[in-house]
Design a protein around this ligand. Sequence first.
Ligand SMILES: Nc1ncnc2c1ncn2[C@@H]1O[C@H](COP(=O)(O)OP(=O)(O)OP(=O)(O)O)[C@@H](O)[C@H]1O
Length: 607
Amino acid sequence: MIPVRATGLLHTFAEAGVLAAADVHVALRLARLGGEADETVLLAAALAVRGVRTGSVCVELATVADTVAPADDLDGALDGDPADGELDGVGTAVEVTELPWPADWSAVGRSPVVAVGVDAAWRPLRWVDGLLYLDRYWQQEQLVRHELDARAAQPPPAVDLAPLGTLFAEPGSDRQRLAAAVAAGRWVSVITGGPGTGKTHTVARLLKLLVDQPGPPPRIALAAPTGKAAARLQESVRAQAAAIGLPVDLTASTLHRLLGWRPDSRSRFRHDAADRLPFDVVVVDESSMVPLTLMARLLEAVRPSARLVLVGDPDQLTPVEAGAVLSDLVHRPPAAVPPVPGLLDSNVDDLDDDERRQLANGVVRLRDSHRFGAGIGALAEAIRTGDADETVRLLAAGGALGRGEDTDELEAVVRSSGAEMFAAAADGDRVTALGLLGGHRLLCAHRQGPFGVAAWNEQLSRWTRPAGGPASGGWYPGQPLLITANDYDNQLFNGDTGVVVVGEDGLAAAFARGPSTEAIPLSRLSSVTTAHALTVHRSQGSQYEAVTVLLPPPSSPLLTRELLYTAVTRAVHRVRVVGSEESVRAAVGRQVVRASGLRRPVGAGPG
Ligand SMILES: Nc1ncnc2c1ncn2[C@@H]1O[C@H](COP(=O)(O)OP(=O)(O)OP(=O)(O)O)[C@@H](O)[C@H]1O
């Protein structure tokens, strides 16, 4: 849909599918309010709006022509309103590089709607070092930068690291020990690593170290961006607690709940710079899912004298909202502040140059997976490092990995796990049925279309639905469920999964509640869908025994390295890719590009 009032460059770029209606509307409104009519400036403004819509906090005007792809729009739409047809508004007739891109953007620097450089007074847009921001995102990025730099400049917290030797005594724990030492010895630290590399193991021992220091025990907050991830963090920390003598009553909450969700605002919270969080240690898991706005709110709410430990895997898919802060923090230029003295003596001699630089910013990457087999670990590493040949070779080698273009194996797996699930659900055995949810999952890049979740959920339902059709209202025993919006009445959260079971009064939805289960009448659920298949975005933070990844054709812009990495690392024992070798190569070769100023030295000059 091309906005009616768009003319000139805006019209051309909207027609080509680069700009959506919303981008054009915001640019036109800014221009009207600021008295701007220059077409180049209008296009730049619309591209900045587009940037935010597709996950970037800013747009680099000099390179935008090479990095923009019309169908990028699909990415932002992944888990949005299902009414967003995936190809809505996307024209493909015109090659993006053939569009009339301005060769000279200097009009932007003279515009009354653009503040140029770091110190210029407020205007709706800001141009710094060639990056054009909507001012709100510039302010948030500056806040994150200032909060991080101010904390790095404070004298480090005093801590006795000696107990780390006992806490990390197992051979091969050197990096974990280093990560705990860095997190204990700095106000802000980042512990990264793929699934099963011991991030939670390290956090639990870090907490034990801090709890045992002289003085009153620290007040600890554990949080994650989603309810599901918070529940998993709490479960894993508690599972470790008894063995190392940590208090077993530690609870984890969502970041929104930690910060104090306010019904009157989506982006403001009860706790902020004026009313900081009352904690001495704040651990945030699955930080790769935290967008810039939420990270800014978190940093201003955490007391400067509290340790903030960000935990996550920066190689996973970036948040749907703007800003991939975890990945930016890992790639930030090293701080002038040296790492805490003595930390490098801890026998970690295999850090490469990049890792040593990152250490100066409090970043430690854990490498060895303690969870899944060597096959999946090697595959994840090949994808992460962009080695397409090795990825293809590993997928062809058999064993725990496989690739093919037919869906015969998928059908066999789904039919047999569906039968097991049906038997448990028909028996009203909630525990077994919920346990089986962790068995096999189909993961798709798209929501709609022939490679999308919607169509494949239908197909998998046909394979698993008991003969004779659905028992009642479309529901059937063993049907896996996904909650798609927070439901405070039922204490269910976006992303929670459950299963339809036979209950005392007919069919009900069973959900895990910590170690126990609860059955909720299906009529009480409003935002719920079938979950045989999930988008890879949705699967973040979950693990399954076996995963089938359905890849779209190589031309799909959703096919990225981050997508494939996230998908295969959801599996513990077995990964099967359904798709062509070309699709695998296209995915490994294409990285998500998210523009951000956090990866550069602080804005020194104007556009
Ligand atoms: N040094 C170690 N020695 C022995 N077992 C370990 C070690 N580190 C981790 N583990 C075990 O490996 C498993 C995975 O660890 P953990 O859950 O901490 O990983 P993670 O990185 O937090 O995973 P995820 O990203 O999936 O949350 C756990 O069972 C943990 O007890």
